[in-house]
Design a protein around this ligand. Structure first.
Ligand code: PEP
Ligand code: MG
Length: 570
């Protein structure tokens, strides 16, 4: 017996353990004691100038030494990590070395502030700046505060903040985690993760997925769960049960282990139990990621996020450099499908050499394919590089553009791609593209639905906002209705319509997407087996019924429950 708590907090009752509902991110059921991020760093108060003039040089050196120590530790961890984790750790290390931060700190030390006080003041200056720039910089604010705390801890001899390394396998509960903390988690010791904030597309979620760490976000009432309490975290149902009944908890962990064993034997190809073929592909960012995905039995790449390899670059990479990188990805999947997305610069993925600075509203601004309006050469050179990489690897790539909103954009892009002998497609990330899918397919050979952005633009909710995570939930029936319209257009034209947003990583939702008519799914490599194994347990009729059940629901929770009932999942 258990009691589901309202989203606002736990409601202990004599009836049994309290179940805290949240948003499921990574499936898996784990049981363990609660650990929390280690103590908050005590920040010094500003008591006016206290460092005499002749001591200020030494104080600057103390700051530089502390910032370097923090940056070196993060870089070291980055070197031992891969993929998104490595990117995130390296980016945070870069912030600790940031010249803007250094000069803001030095100005304050010149005015007499001790190094720790100067660090707090300078960091606040950047927090205020990023906050005033709007939602897109939200994750930068978390990074700045994280770097501030690490440097102050180093300067004042406090323990480095962050995630503990518990002796027994434990479940980490936190308000939110700095990206560097999530990236540094040791999955042997932290076996599950739940946060009060965060959405399914936050960095925490993306990295938890990469680590294959059972994860639930946006869990109400987490603050009241004491450290050391036993919790059962269910990453498929999206719940955290406090003090569960031991026998029942153990049974659920065992059942999840058995399901995980079934996943371990997944070898592809993706198909439903009655033989409907559904390619299960991987989202990758470079050759290393593609090779890792091939090892996880992905049938190809459904989304190569080309911009992610160039996030820290000031200058546009040369055609030769790009071609070499793309060839590596093609070589990981000889003779198989590889879908390359042209640069999706702007908004949550700014590129110094492509993004328009100081836009009022970058998510609605010059991002994705729209960059080519100002700089068509950038797109032309990238298409040349993709064609050259494909020539070297003997590949026949599919190439798609992000953020397409009109038929004219799709037609123009398709011409440029076909001129180079490649297969053109576009992403469906904007509601107008879904509504015009039939017409887009007159010009392109395939569509790929980016549910992360499609939900943000359909529900008018920033995908990075933790406060609005319920709106950008990929189970929103309005989003699913747009997937249905798009998939039906594909069926009518006899062309492929895939999903490459995070929705495709959810095994249950994958059944719904197939029922809506989607022909391929592309997700993080760590999710490929989960999605493929689940599809093998259902028939295409089951999927259609599940899709009808989801579409008929009024909200994501109702849709999940209806689909579980429809598929007879406990
Ligand atoms: C999407 O928007 O769903 C998508 C796959 O693209 P990205 O997450 O890179 O914006
Ligand atoms: Mg997108």
């Amino acid at each position: 017996m258990s009691t589901t708590a309202p989203a606002t907090g736990p409601a202990p009752t004599p009836a049994g353990p309290v179940v805290l509902p949240g948003t499921p991110v990574v499936p898996g059921v784990v049981l363990g004691p609660v650990v929390r991020p280690s103590g908050t760093v005590v920040l010094p108060a500003d008591e006016g100038a206290t460092v005499p003039e002749d001591g200020r040089g030494a104080e600057k050196e103390r700051f530089s030494a502390a910032a370097s120590a923090v940056a070196d530790r993060l870089s070291e961890r980055a070197a031992g990590a891969t993929g998104v984790s490595a990117e995130v750790l390296a980016a945070t290390a870069g912030l600790a070395r940031d010249r803007g931060l250094l000069s803001a700190v030095e100005q304050r030390i010149d005015a007499g502030a001790p190094a720790a006080v100067a660090t707090v003041g300078a960091a606040q200056q950047f927090v205020d700046l990023f906050t005033s720039l709007g939602g897109v910089m939200a994750e930068r604010v978390t990074d700045v505060r994280d770097v501030r705390d690490r440097i102050v801890a180093q300067l004042t001899g406090q323990g480095e903040p962050g995630v503990p390394r518990p002796q027994t396998p434990s479940v980490l509960l936190a308000d939110d985690l700095a990206p560097a903390d999530t990236a540094g988690l040791d999955p042997e010791r932290v076996v599950g993760l739940a946060t009060r904030l965060g959405g399914t597309t936050s960095h925490t979620a993306i990295i938890a997925r990469q680590l294959g760490l059972p994860c639930v976000v946006a869990v109400g009432g987490l603050d009241d769960v004491p450290e050391g309490a036993t919790v059962l975290l269910d990453g498929e149902r999206g719940t955290v049960t406090v003090d569960p009944e031991p026998g029942e908890a153990q049974a659920r962990v065992e059942a999840a282990r058995a399901a995980a064993a079934a996943l371990a034997s997944y070898r592809g190809p993706g198909r439903t139990g009655d033989g409907l073929e559904v390619k299960v592909l991987a989202n990758v960012q470079d050759g290393a990621g593609a090779r890792a995905a091939a090892a996880k039995h992905a049938e190809g790449v459904g989304l190569l996020r080309t911009e992610l390899a160039f996030l820290s670059r000031a200058e546009e990479p040369t055609v030769e450099e790009q071609a070499a990188g793309y060839a590596e990805v093609f070589e990981a999947f000889p003779g198989q499908r590889v879908v390359v997305r042209t640069l999706d610069a702007g908004s949550d993925k700014p590129l110094a050499f492509a993004t328009m600075p100081d836009e009022e509203n970058p998510a609605l601004g010059v991002r994705g394919l729209r960059v080519a309006r100002r700089d068509p050469g950038l797109l032309e050179r990238q298409l040349d590089a993709i064609a050259e990489g494909a020539r070297r690897a003997g590949a026949q790539p599919w190439v798609m553009a992000p953020m397409v909103a009109t038929v004219a954009e799709a037609r123009d892009f398709a011409d440029r791609v076909r001129d180079r002998g490649m297969v053109p497609g576009v992403m469906v990330e904007v509601p107008s593209a879904a509504l015009q899918a039939e017409r887009l397919l007159r010009h392109v050979d395939f569509l790929s639905i980016g549910t992360n952005d499609l939900s943000q633009y359909t529900l008018a909710a920033d995908r990075l906002s933790a406060d609005l995570a319920d709106l950008t939930d990929p189970w929103q029936p309005a989003l699913l209705a747009l997937v249905q319209v798009t998939a039906e257009a594909g069926r009518g034209a006899g062309k492929s319509v895939g999903v490459c947003g995070e929705a495709a990583a959810d095994p249950l939702l994958a059944c719904v997407l197939v029922g809506l008519g989607v022909t391929s799914l592309s997700c993080a490599a760590s999710s490929v087996a989960g999605v493929g194994a689940r599809l093998a347990t259902v028939t295409s009729d089951d999927c259609r019924r599940a899709a009808d059940a989801a579409l008929a629901a009024d909200d994501p929770a109702g849709a999940r429950a209806a689909v579980r009932r429809s598929l007879a999942i406990d």
